[in-house]
Ligand binder design. Structure first.
Ligand code: SF4
Length: 433
């Protein structure tokens, strides 16, 4: 009997835009994937990655059974056999060296997939080790830390209201390629084009003429590492106009503007010209454009996080948004209110434990803990440096840190020396091999 055709609806798990998918299936075979036009968020948009999920699903190289390494070769085993190996391996390392000798790394896909969002916390707590690492420390922790100190939780990141704004100034972001990051927006390019069609302006500050820069109204080339200085000067210029105003609604919730003004006083547009490569007159013009726009927002992404003073730059993004009256304001930057699972939707406003980092320090170079983890950049030294607390086993979930984190050759060498490793992944890659 011929299999009947059916349509199933899913969300794309490949990035945080989480586009809605309409998938046609005959029997067990995917015959078509297209954007779900009724998805309230993505409205039918998918990028080339989403439309080729069929190829990923059918890829013969995708791992379909658990694999255990025996005599240097991966051997397919049943799930029962795999769990016995995991139990034996991890229990052995813990018995010999303690729980702190097991490290854990979770990769980027964990942030946009329901299963790890639910279960990672459970197994990490059961593991009982503080040696935790993730992809966040490679690209976004500065923004989360500045948001934590400003707004009380590291998940309270204010994102551009791109569908209503009249002006967007972007630093270190290339949404024409990425579709946005820490600002989930399927078809980010289409939304920017809509902004321009309604008379708005897109300004990109980036050392590189990125695809987004090419499509912007204005591209301003900044010297690499100049973000914090540029933003400090921009805030300085706004405050110097005498027009800075957080707005009536926010006034009761904001303090420290005078202190910020004093702290930024030395950072005049002229003083940063050389370091940023941006003329003072341009910074002053941008300050006035932000103030004059009916609504405006500054959006800083990975480029503002992977520079020196990344946390300061991330904080300054919100300082500029606040003093131009665009923080938590329509068309400015706003706080998402997901239906569940986010601190911005829970608890009583203005109450809570507050935010702090440094509740522990990495063993070798004493870097502070942030959001319950240490920088991925110290993972290799924590494995290679002998002594109490040395990492002897690793669990990785949906991550390829040997390819994606700094000093990957050292990490590759470190992973070779582990007594035991468990990897949860759909491919054998540079890390899981
Ligand atoms: S932008 Fe592409 S990869 Fe990201 S969720 Fe949408 S379809 Fe998937």
């Amino acid at each position: 009997m011929a299999s009947t055709e059916r349509t199933v609806f899913r969300t794309c798990p490949l990035c945080e835009a989480t586009c809605g998918l309409e998938i046609t299936v005959v029997g067990d075979t995917v015959t078509r994937i297209r954007g779900d036009r009724n998805d309230v968020f993505s409205k039918g948009f998918i990028c080339p990655k989403g439309s080729t999920l069929k190829q990923l699903h059918e890829d013969p190289n995708r791992i379909r059974t658990p694999l255990v390494k025996r005599n240097g070769e991966f051997v397919p085993v049943s799930w029962d056999e795999a769990w016995v190996e995991v139990d034996k391996g991890l229990s052995g390392v813990i018995a010999r060296h303690g729980r702190g000798s097991v490290g854990a790394y979770v990769g980027n896909p964990n942030a946009h997939n329901l299963s790890p969002l639910i279960y990672n916390r459970v197994w990490l707590q059961a593991l009982g080790s503080k040696q935790r690492f993730s992809a966040s420390s490679v690209d976004q922790l500065p923004k989360q830390i500045s948001s934590g100190y400003l707004f009380g939780t590291a998940a309270s990141v204010a994102v551009p209201d791109i569908d209503r704004t009249h002006y967007i100034l972007m630093l270190g972001a290339n949404p024409y390629e990425s579709n946005g990051s820490l600002c989930t927006a399927p078809d980010f390019p289409g939304r920017l084009e809509a902004l321009r069609e309604r008379g708005g302006k897109v300004v990109v500050v980036d050392p590189r003429r990125s695809k987004t820069a090419e499509h912007a109204d204005e591209w301003i080339a900044i010297r690499p590492n100049g973000d914090a200085l540029f933003l400090a000067a921009l805030a300085n210029a706004i405050l110097a106009t005498g027009r800075a105003d957080v707005g009536d609604r926010l006034r009761a919730h904001v303090d420290g503007i005078e202190e910020v003004s004093r702290a930024l006083a030395p950072f005049t547009p002229e003083s940063v010209e050389r370091a940023t490569g941006i003329e003072a007159s341009v910074i002053r013009r941008l300050a006035n454009e932000l103030l004059d726009a009916e609504s405006a927002c500054v959006y800083g992404r990975i480029g503002t996080c992977t520079v020196s003073f990344g946390t300061t730059a991330s904080w300054l993004v919100d300082v500029v948004n606040a003093v131009t009256g665009n923080l938590d304001s329509p068309g400015g930057v706003m706080f998402p209110l997901p239906a569940a699972g986010n601190p911005t939707t829970r608890g009583e406003k203005g109450r809570g434990k507050g935010f702090r980092i440094g509740r522990g320090h990495s063993r070798v170079r004493k870097f502070p803990e942030a959001l319950g983890e240490y920088p991925a950049a110290v993972m290799a030294e924590e494995i290679l440096t002998e002594g109490e607390g040395q990492i002897r086993a690793m669990v990785t979930v949906a991550g390829n840190p040997v390819l994606s984190t700094p000093n990957s050759e050292q990490l590759d060498e470190a992973f070779e020396q582990l007594e035991f490793m468990v990897a949860v992944d759909i491919y054998i890659n540079e890390t899981t091999r």
